[in-house]
Design a protein around this ligand. Sequence first.
Ligand code: NHR
Ligand code: GAR
Length: 194
Amino acid sequence: MQKNIVILISGGGSNMAAIVRAATRGRWAERFDARVAAVISNKPAAGGLQFAKDLGVVTAAVDHRGFAAREDFDAALSREIDQHAPALVVLAGFMRILTPGFVNHYAGRLINIHPSLLPAFPGLHTHRRALEAGCKVAGVTVHQVTTELDHGPILAQAVVPVLPDDDAATLAARVLTQEHRIYPHAIEGWLATR
Ligand code: NHR
Ligand code: GAR
């Protein structure tokens, strides 16, 4: 069975690009019959959309501002995603909390990358919070998405040191380099076992 991957973004799309490049370099089509079928953003102006087009990937935008209720946005987003019959839906810097109806529809095939060592610091502003807590290490977690925010089963983690002169931006950059390494690896592991 052809395994389509749909990637959801809100921003620059560097994790998306790391995944698309890994799919090509790692020959996911030949090895797993898998391909990145589409990149979808809730922000029409997201830089990652042009980045995806440049990489030759189909893109779409579903602007959350056009919907009165989260359920309505999620329904429209699902319709767009399901055109690609995805085996896996990948949140890569996607910044909208998803409703239980959406999460349950993709149960077992929805994963996220979160820039902290979960279960520490679920939610937003993870780097600032890690610095404020005096953490000596920080990192990133790839996890299955469940209805509880940033709490699903952990698929992969990577650790980085917190350095004495770090601010949120320098720490975020150090974590991001690890994100680009572990997200493709976690997806490859997921594909290899299905
Ligand atoms: N949805 C569910 N149900 N479960 C998760 O684990 C999810 C999720 C949706 C997104 C990514 C997550 C992260 O890795 C993610 C995990 C956005 C927010 C948030 O508060 C929190 C966590 C995550 C993503 N978003 C605001 C909201 O009102 C909007 C913030 C903004 O637009 O800048 O949706 O951190
Ligand atoms: C990444 O650091 C990702 O972990 C984080 O946003 C960045 C997106 O960068 N995700 C969240 O904070 C989710 N709330 P990218 O668009 O360049 O991949």
